[in-house]
Design a protein around this ligand. Sequence first.
Ligand code: NDP
Length: 454
Amino acid sequence: MNNKFDLIVIGAGSGGLAAAKRAATYGAKVAIIEGKEIGGTCVIRGCVPKKLMVYAANNRQVIINSKGYGLSSKDISFCSATLLNNVRNEVSRLSEIHRRSLEKLNIKVFKGWGRFVNINEIEIIPSDKKQKIYSLYGDKILISVGGTPNKLNLLGKELAWTSDDVFKLKKFPKSLTIIGGGYIASEFACIFRNLGTEVTQVIRSNNLLRGFDLDLSAFLKEKMINSGINLKFNDELEAINKSPIGLDIVFKSGSNQVSENLLMATGRRPNISNLNLDCIGIKMSGKFIKVDEVNQTNVSNIFAIGDVIDKPNLTPVAIEQGRVFSDNYFGNSDRLVNYEYVPKAVFTSPEIASVGLTEEEANNLHSEENIEIFKCSFTPMSNTFKVEKSKSILKLVVNKLNNKVIGCHMFGESASEIIQMASVALNAGVTKKMFDETMALHPTVSEEFVTMYS
Ligand code: NDP
C-alpha cells in the first residue's frame, strides 16, 4: 500500500529533514509531514532570515562608522520593505531547494498537520482545508515538530508580536519595545536599533543572556547602551493598551512606555499540543518529550528530536540528532550525539560566542581553586578610525589539574566564526600549553587566544 512507510517524520524542520534524507539514503521508504513551508524554524522563521537581517544591520553600521577611514556615503537611507522582501524571497528559495532534494530521494511530502491515532497510524489534517483527513502508517515515527514562541498571558497580549511576526512585517516600526533578555530579544534589539528603530528592551533580572559568561554579557550591556538601546533591567510587563501612536506599555514597576509595537521574546515551548500524544501514552519530562540517549521515547517505535526534547535547542544539534537516529535505525550504526562541547553564539552587534563551561559553571563543578581564568579585553584594530568603537573580550577557562581548556568565550567581531574553530580544539581535549605553543597569526583578534598569560 502506498500509505505505509518505514519511517514517518512529523515536521520538516532542520532535524526532521536531516533524519528523513539520511534514512532515505539507506533505502528506507520515508514520508514527511509538514503543515507550513518546508524548512522549519531555522530556515523560515529563525536563524536564516534573522542572520540576513543581522548583515543588513551590521553593514549599515559599518557605513555610518567609517568616516575616519575616508569612507562616507551621502545616502545611507534604509528601506526595510526591500530588506524584508528580499529575506522572504531567499527563504522561499531555500525552502524550494529542500523540497527538490526530498523529491530526488523519493521522500513523500504530505502537506498538513499530523496527529497520532495509535502508535503506527498518523492522521493528517491537510493544510488545504478542501481536502479530506487521511491516514499514513509507519513502522517508526519521528517527532520533529520544533517549538513555538511563548506569549505572556496578560492584558493586551494579542497586540504583541512574537519573533514569527517579525518575519511577516511589511516595514520596520519607528519604535519597538522588546520583552526578554535572551537570544531572540537581544539579537532583535541590535538588529532594529542598528537599522534605525528606537528600541527599549525590558529584562526581568539585572543581566542579559542568562547562562552566558558574565564578563561577556557585561560587555554586551555596555555596547548596547552606547548604541542607543534603552535597557530596562529588573522590571516586567504588566499590560499592553492601545494608544494613538501604537501601544501604551505598562510595567510592574508602575512606569510605562509608548511604542509603536511590542515584541515578546520570552522563551519557546515544544509545538506538540495537537499531536494527540496522550492517546499513545508518551511520557513527558516537564514541557519536553522524554527520550533516552538514542532519542527513543517510552514507546519503542516512536522517537523525538530537536526542540521538543530537553537538549540544547539549536539547529546543528537537531540535525545531528536526526542523522544519528537514521544511522542507528536504518544504517546499522551505533552512534551517540556528542553533547560535550556544543558551541553557541548570539548574533548581537558585536557577537557573543561560547563553547564549554563558563567561569561560574567551572568553579561550581571543579571548585574554584582548581580553575584558572585567562582573559584579555581590548579595542580591536578594525575600530581604530571608527566613530563608535567597540571592545572585545576573550576568555579561557582552564582546569589546573590537567591543564585542559574547558571553556572558551568571546565577545567581539567574528566571535561566532572564531569559537566554531576553537570548539574543534576543545572537543579534541586541547590544553592551555597547546594554546601557548601555537603560533599567532598577526594582526588578528583571535591571536590573543594564543598569547594570553595569567
Ligand atoms: P531565551 O530562553 O534565550 O530567553 C527568554 C527570555 O525571556 C529570558 O531573558 C527570560 O528571563 C525571559 N522571560 C521568560 N519568562 C518571562 C516572563 N514571564 N517575564 C519576563 N521575562 C521572561 O529564549 P528566546 O525566546 O530568546 O529563544 C528561545 C531559544 O531559541 C533559545 O533558548 C535558543 O535555544 C534558540 N535560539 C538560538 C539562537 C542562536 O543560536 N543564535 C537565536 C535565537 C533563538 P530569565 O533569563 O530571567 O528566565
